[in-house]
Design a protein around this ligand. Structure first.
Ligand SMILES: Cc1ncc(COP(=O)(O)OP(=O)(O)O)c(N)n1
Ligand SMILES: Cc1nc(C(=O)O)sc1CCOP(=O)(O)O
Ligand SMILES: [Mg+2]
Length: 210
């Protein structure tokens, strides 16, 4: 599998309501998204299966990887990866369920020790945040660019950055060591799919120019 690097789009059930989920996700993939996380905190199991299945088809078409937030069982059903927070179940159990090739991501907030534990348990990437105020998930800004530099030295896995990342702040995180930029609002709070594609392309180009 290709190295995990590039724009990591995360869906949002409110921003992508009213029929926007698939066209906006497709536009993001067209713009160069490498990982697409299905993050839904509200839907029914049946709706989640249907939506995630449709996203998986899109990801296959664009050569991208689908990641399911929180739900290793749904990931197993679709042959997708999973992202697990500190309260979302064990990484080693997910690894056993999903197999050696699956992408498993772990939330580490701003704590290198959590990243070391995730690495030992079999994670594929570690995620730090928040780097900036997030409109999607408000809370304390904990992570700094210097944390990325330290993580690069100590952790032997791709590093994702998340939380309030915009086109203006993205380059600084890449230059400090982020491999993946996980973005919701600055990508998907857009008037139309063409604008999502334009933003995705602009984020993606930073990975070749920084
Ligand atoms: C790439 C990435 N990083 C962090 C998170 C946050 O996960 P978690 O702490 O479990 O919070 P929720 O997203 O479940 O609200 C993430 N989803 N993706
Ligand atoms: C889902 C999530 N997790 C975060 C963390 O800090 O762990 S911040 C966040 C929301 C990211 O969305 P936006 O790009 O709109 O800020
Ligand atoms: Mg979670």
């Amino acid at each position: 599998m290709a190295k995990l690097r590039g724009l990591y789009a995360i869906t949002d059930s409110q921003l992508l309501a009213d029929g926007r989920l698939l066209p906006y996700a497709q536009a993001a993939l067209q713009g160069g998204v490498r990982l697409l996380q299905y993050r839904d905190k509200s839907g029914s199991a049946e709706q989640r299966l249907r939506e995630a299945g449709a996203l998986q088809e899109l990801c296959v078409r664009y050569g991208a990887q689908l990641i399911i937030n929180d739900d290793a069982e749904l990931a197993a059903r679709l042959g997708a990866g999973v992202h697990l927070g500190q309260q979302d179940g064990s990484i080693s159990a997910a690894r056993t369920l999903l197999g050696p090739k699956a992408i498993i991501g772990a939330t580490c907030h701003a704590r290198l020790q959590l990243a070391e534990q995730a690495q030992a348990a079999g994670a594929s990437y570690v995620a730090f945040g928040r780097f900036f105020q997030s409109q999607t998930k408000p809370g304390d800004v904990l992570a700094t660019p210097e944390l990325l530099v330290q993580a690069r030295r100590q952790i032997n896995l791709p590093i994702a950055a998340i939380g309030g990342i915009s086109l203006e702040t993205a380059a600084g995180l890449i230059s400090h060591g982020a491999d993946l930029l996980a973005v919701i609002h600055a990508l998907f709070a857009a008037a139309d799919a063409a604008e999502v594609e334009r933003r995705a392309r602009a984020f993606s180009e930073l990975f070749t120019s920084v």
